[in-house]
Design a protein around this ligand. Structure first.
Ligand code: UDP
Ligand code: MN
Length: 333
């Protein structure tokens, strides 16, 4: 089991907050596998130390440094930089099998059974279920596969400009070849599904094993009020109208990541460690809890419609289930 690992990625201090919580949640649910995080040099030393308290391995990767011809071709495609960094997970050949998880995922139960699956196992994407969502997938590290993926990125690019498009083209038989490679949706439940199929969410949501905060606004963009154990915001703010999973994310931060950070002296070691002041201190020190208002620039309804049609619904914000329900209710009345 020492040669199997959960792997995540962060290219900056923001996503590192997500990685910390993901790693903590895996530990809270007693994984027996190793925890590895890929970082880039943009991640600060302070944040790297914080990651070391949770992960067994904190690796620094800089795909643009390689000098390999595929890389050089890709250097002219800076928008694929982050995609390339995720592909780097195939180069972790010290492990025989891995589960990659986006830094914006949160584990709600032990998911070590995923290691019984083969490459490439993943759950359907809620937006286009013939594609898999690349936020959670089982794979086998291999320099050969890594090279082939880089070549494909250089020669063909990605149909969505991100890693998901590329990986779906590369593992194109996923949709039809082997049903065992279709992970149950509860291993990658995106909050988007709450309103796109609410009865199913009500029936099966309680079995969720992994929540994926897919989309533009991430949990760390909100401010958490430890007093009320809730995500702070105006009650009518649609961004906080589905607080359960967001609250759980923050709860995992305060119980799983904060104590270690304080022990390390990375966060003010106030005796009131887990009280309001302690957590606020942690927020300011690690600049956690950015204001949701700054993260949500005004978008005209025409522009929102356009984004919706392109599959970029702001499901946690303006296009949240509660907002849509409110609108439907006004029509029904
Ligand atoms: N990521 C990162 N830095 C970025 C963007 C993305 O490290 O600036 C990593 C991170 O692990 C993240 C994953 O790439 O979870 C995929 O991006 P994201 O989760 O934002 O995409 P979504 O799931 O919302 O489509
Ligand atoms: Mn994601």
């Amino acid at each position: 089991m020492a040669d199997e690992a959960f792997v995540t990625l962060t290219t900056n201090d923001s996503y590192a907050k997500g990685a910390l919580v993901l790693g903590s949640s895996l530990k809270q649910h007693r994984t027996t596998r190793r925890l590895a995080v890929l970082t880039t040099p943009q991640v600060s030393d302070c944040m790297r130390k914080a990651l070391e308290t949770v992960f067994d391995e904190v690796l620094v990767v800089d795909v643009l440094d390689s000098g390999d011809s595929a890389h050089l071709t890709l250097m002219k495609r800076p928008e694929l930089g982050v995609t390339l960094t995720k592909l780097h997970c195939w180069s972790l050949t010290q492990y025989s099998k891995c589960v990659f998880m986006d830094a914006d995922t949160l584990v709600l139960a032990n998911i070590d059974d995923l290691f019984e699956r083969e490459e490439l196992s993943a759950a359907p994407d809620p937006g286009w279920p013939d594609c898999f969502n690349s936020g959670v997938f089982v794979y086998r590290p291999s320099m050969e596969t890594y090279g082939q993926l880089l070549r494909m990125a250089a020669e063909q690019g990605s149909f969505d400009g991100g890693d998901q498009g590329l990986l779906n083209t590369f593992f194109s038989s996923w949709a039809t070849a082997d049903i065992r490679k279709h992970l149950p949706f509860i291993y990658n439940l995106s909050s988007i599904s709450m309103y796109s199929y609410l009865p199913a969410f009500k029936a099966f949501g309680a079995n969720a094993k992994v929540v994926h905060f897919l989309g533009q606004i991430k949990p760390w963009n909100y401010t958490y009020d430890p007093k009320t154990k809730s995500v702070r915001g105006e009650p009518q703010d649609p961004a906080v109208s589905h607080p359960a999973f967001l609250g759980l994310w923050w709860d995992t931060f305060t119980t799983g990541a904060l104590p270690q950070l304080q022990e390390l002296g990375l966060v003010g070691a106030a005796p009131s460690a887990l009280t309001l002041e302690g957590v606020s201190g942690a927020m300011s020190h690690l600049s956690l809890g950015e204001s949701p208002t700054t993260a949500q620039p005004f978008v005209s309804s025409e522009e929102r419609k356009e984004r919706w049609e392109q599959g970029q619904a702001d499901y946690m914000g303006a296009d949240s289930f509660d907002n849509i329900k409110r609108k439907l209710d006004t029509y029904l009345q």
